[in-house]
Design a protein around this ligand. Sequence first.
Ligand code: ATP
Length: 319
Amino acid sequence: IRTIGILTSGGDAPGMNAAIRAVVRSAIYYGCKVYGINRGYKGLIEEDLVEMNLSSVGDIIHRGGTILKSSRCEEFKTEEGRLQGVKILKKHNIDSLVIIGGDGSFIGAQKLSELGFPAIGIPGTIDNDLPYTDYTIGFDTAMNTIIDAIGKIRDTSSSHERVNIIEVMGRHCGDLALYAGLAGGAETIIVPEVDIKIDEICTKLKTTQKRGKRHSIIVLAEGVGNASDLGKEIIKKTSADLRITVLGHVQRGGSPTAFDRILASRMGARAVDLLLDGKSARVVGIKDNKIIDLEINEALSKTRSFDKDTYEMVKVLSI
Ligand code: ATP
């Protein structure tokens, strides 16, 4: 009998639970046993695991976060730590592992495979920063959380004729800022992929103000810098009445959207199919609405192409 282990690792993302549910349910459907490993690679090394059954994943498809908890684990970056992990997996007769997480977690999965232990990765991160897949689990929910916040800030921004800077997550990847900014009708979007000068932002503010538009929304991806510094610069140059909102961890929580639940379910089912086909060192993704899988190394070697067309279009629409 096959025994599959499952863990969530790195930053949590809404929809991880739906992915866990899909893995557990399809594995059991095909006659496998499943162990849930708590707190990512850290819990693996510390032997914090429990056998899961159909009801272990009941009533979780709609819940944010991850029932298996998540963590970052420095020890797993060492060969010694990983060998300890494999020892524990073998002790419980676990013969393969599904890892839900971001690129760091995938490197862990790759290294496990190199030790001869089959591992499959599922992309769970709100940032959408994995180039091989159109979407990662959690991105859509986080984007909708941001849109909701922009809508609320827009109401008060408009009443008081203020400029509002909204800082969103995204260290290297501006997708959350770009798409939430577009959908929220932001005037300016600042992302790590595009260099934008402070003077350009201020000129735009002044021009729109001259036209009689007195409120403005600026969406800033955290990787570019912090909202408070940017705010001070803008006030210095424009004397705008300006407020700042740093959305922070609210973006990581909440009930997953239908899109994320469906994506997570499809990816979870594919991960089990791959393991049952004897595959290892692969990650699941989505391209043109088709679930795909490819080698972890190949997936991680791809470089991101920023959606410049949409970025330019936003400039036109927010003239
Ligand atoms: P997020 O996108 O949310 O940051 P992530 O999976 O990229 O998620 P990381 O903190 O980079 O988050 O990685 C999660 C865990 O994966 C690390 O704490 C570590 O245990 C493991 N990991 C990361 N890099 C490596 C590596 N080079 N070798 C082995 N394991 C690694």
